[in-house]
Ligand binder design. Structure first.
Ligand SMILES: [Cu+2]
Length: 148
């Protein structure tokens, strides 16, 4: 009887820890540099192939601001309505609708995150694109994540 209780307590505790891990730690994380030339990996190589994830995985996409500071500062010297060329914000689209959006990625906020569960609502693939009129928008519209 006592042994059964200890076993039960151990199982319950491990379940709690597993839940905590699920809330805080993604199963997969992609770190992506962003600048006006497009999305690139940690080595600075432009990303031209889809990422693959498994259904049910907790996926995190972390965007890192990678514009040249001197260029951004030059842009900030222009008139207000001409600025914002070096500000990005990303949407995650599952083929039907936007399911997540980042905060703005800019000189001051140099990291932005998209979290989602792969395959939620039957999604088979995702597109990530910048939702702002920015420098490089033609290169920042087609990051693909495929499920399975
Ligand atoms: Cu942008």
């Amino acid at each position: 009887m006592k042994r059964a209780f200890v076993l039960c307590a151990a199982v319950c505790l491990s379940a709690v820890f597993a839940l905590n891990a699920g809330a805080g730690n993604p199963d997969v994380e992609f770190k992506i540099k962003v600048n006006k030339d497009g999305f690139s990996d940690s080595n600075g190589r432009l990303i031209d192939a889809p990422f693959h994830v498994k259904k049910g995985e907790f996926v995190r996409v972390t965007f890192l601001f990678d514009e040249k500071t001197s260029e951004v500062l030059r842009d900030l010297m222009r008139t207000a309505e001409e600025q914002r060329g070096f500000v990005h914000a990303f949407a995650l689209h599952n083929g039907k609708e936007i399911v997540a959006e980042t905060q703005e990625l800019n000189l001051k906020n140099r990291q932005a995150i998209l979290d989602f569960i792969a395959g939620d609502k039957g999604a088979l693939s995702y597109k990530i694109y910048c939702t702002l009129m920015c420098f490089g928008m033609e290169h920042l519209h087609n990051l693909t994540i495929e499920v399975g």
